[in-house]
Write a protein that binds this ligand. Structure first.
Ligand code: NAD
Length: 518
């Protein structure tokens, strides 16, 4: 943590070399925090490389951002939705033009490998195109009235200023999932990004502004979760909060929003599972398990941190899984050959190491991996070997708690029914997958798996933005991101009745006389 006074903020770019000092983004420009203090964002693969310095903001900085968003709201709300959408479409094209720059910045700031970082930016591009289309829909309803000469419809209206709190694991995609539907629906936004990935978020916000958002419509404030987050939640002009993060933080934020009667959507932790039945295509399942467990070094909310395998192919599966896991190339993600990057920071590495010890103490066996990597190209980063535990029991902590690292637990089961029971047997419900070639089992799994997302013959990761995204149980509080479904969170329904009969008509009462007259 640095406490130096920031120099004049420069535009956010991915220039290597001497790290720049950046500002918050308020009312169409970068501004310094009133605190004058900054924190550093580091490269998790080379922890002596500072990516940039960012404001350690105060409650007054949040107030300034909310002031700007509040002031910008009436004109933005009055802008026709198709015009708002045009700006978002332009942003899609700007994101496309800067995709490589953003992706490389993401590798340096967050650690995911280049191919995946490009995918993260692509997700924001897809979302921008999809939401641009939504600007010409924002669908309401017209329904028949029970009374004559009366028209009944519902329309959507924006909420006002919304506060968005985002994690580091999808540093561009998640800010886009939240901000783009909010903006197309006519809300103004204050975004508080994770402190591990502020540069990615700032670049994203600047691109949206460059696309033509009026000043104040989309603002960004960096700093500590509790200080910035709480100031945002507590400001009475902020009408809704959308947070993606850990269940622990989500519960706190939801609790406070509940006290304030504030609309809140939580997208939280997961303990996802791939089930591999005895009739599965084993090669396909192995590929899926490898990608699901170790993509993004296991730091996806949808990561396959459990692999539930039928006993008839358990030994064969474990032998092959070991070979493939050991062949994964771990290292700095800017090298295109690398398949698994570092975890995001020291704390995350310590969590992974702690869970490896917990797994051993619980009696699970390490099939491969199990150690942090501290040599060669990995010596200055937060690297951990892709790790597979086998002979795991469904109730062990490593099979119940989110680890968020390159560790997966293989659990043997004796039947399809047991696989479903084990898959459903955690407090989370985000993404579950079934590998089987039996169509009846596939449909049974779709029906019985308790999660917001189900995959058949594909791993637990890889959602597309045109369908709803979110989870059940402790993973979320019932709302969905992405797809057209996400618009529901960012709009209020208004029901409108237009009586053109010229007389007082009483619903539920006059209908009796109408029926009697027939
Ligand atoms: P985190 O909970 O530590 O932080 C998330 C955000 O909340 C950050 O911006 C943080 O600064 C902020 N925050 C922290 N304390 C706060 C407080 N008291 N008040 C307000 N804001 C606060 O999570 P993380 O480590 O950034 O991300 C990893 C977690 O996110 C994992 O649990 C993962 O499963 C989850 N996640 C969920 C989804 C989903 O869609 N379900 C997607 C991605 C990540």
């Amino acid at each position: 943590m640095s406490t130096s006074t920031p120099s004049k903020p420069e535009q956010a770019t991915a220039k290597a070399g001497k790290p720049q000092t950046y500002g918050n983004y308020i009312n169409g420009r970068q501004v310094k925090s009133e605190s004058g203090e900054t924190f550093a964002s580091y490269n998790p693969a080379k922890n002596d490389e500072v990516i940039g310095y960012f404001p350690l903001s105060t409650a007054n900085d949040v107030k300034a951002a909310v002031d700007a968003a509040h002031k910008a709201f009436p004109a933005w709300k009055a802008t026709p939705a198709p015009h708002r959408a045009e700006i978002i479409l332009k942003a899609a094209h700007l994101l496309e033009a800067r995709k490589e720059e953003l992706a490389q910045t993401m590798v340096r700031e967050m650690g995911k490998v280049l191919k995946e970082a490009r995918g993260d930016v692509q997700e924001a591009i897809d979302m921008a195109k999809f939401m641009a289309g939504e600007g010409r829909r924002l669908i309401g309803q017209t329904v028949p009235s029970e009374l004559p000469n009366k028209f009944a419809m519902s329309i959507r209206q924006p909420l006002g200023v919304v506060g968005l709190i985002t994690p580091w694991n999808f540093p561009v995609a998640i800010p886009s999932w939240k901000s783009l539907p909010a903006l197309v629906a006519g809300n103004t936004v204050v975004l508080k990004p994770a402190s591990d990935t502020p540069l990615c978020a700032l670049m994203y916000v600047e691109i949206l502004n460059e696309a033509g958002l009026p000043p104040g419509v989309l603002n960004l404030v960096t700093g500590s979760g509790s200080k910035v987050g709480n100031a945002l939640i507590d400001d009475p002009r902020v009408h809704a909060i959308s947070i993606t993060g850990s269940s622990e933080v989500g519960r706190k934020v939801a609790g406070r929003c509940g006290e304030l009667m504030k609309k809140i959507t939580c997208e939280l932790g997961g303990k996802n599972a791939i089930c591999v039945m005895e009739d599965a295509d084993i090669e396909l399942a192995l590929e899926g398990a490898l990608w699901g467990a170790f993509g993004t070094a296991g730091q996806r909310c949808t990561a396959a941190s459990r692999v539930i395998v039928h006993k008839d192919l358990y030994k064969d599966f474990c032998d092959k899984f070991k070979k493939r896991t050991e062949a994964l190339k771990v290292g700095y993600g800017l090298n295109p050959e690398i398949e698994v990057g570092p975890v995001v920071n020291k704390e995350q590495l310590e969590t992974v190491k702690k869970y490896v010890e917990i797994g051993k103490a619980e009696g699970a066996k390490i099939l491969c991996g199990g150690n942090a990597i501290t040599t060669g190209d990995c010596a200055n980063g937060y690297f951990h070997e892709p790790t597979v535990f086998i002979d795991v029991k469904a109730n062990m902590r490593i099979a119940q708690e989110e680890i968020f690292g390159p560790v997966t637990a293989v659990i043997p089961v004796g039947s399809f029914e047991e696989a479903i029971e084990v898959a459903n047997g955690t407090e989370f419900g985000l993404s579950l997958s079934m590998y089987t070639q039996n169509i009846n089992r596939a449909f049974k799994a779709i029906e019985e798996l308790e999660s917001g997302i189900v995959y058949i013959n594909a791993p637990t990761i890889g959602a597309e933005i045109q369908l709803p995204f979110g989870g059940l149980k402790q993973t979320g509080n019932g709302h969905r991101e992405a797809g057209s479904a996400c618009i529901d969170f960012y709009t209020e329904w208004k029901s409108v009745y237009i009586d053109y009969s010229g007389r007082l008509q009483k619903a539920q009462i006059d209908t009796d006389s109408l029926l009697a007259a027939e």
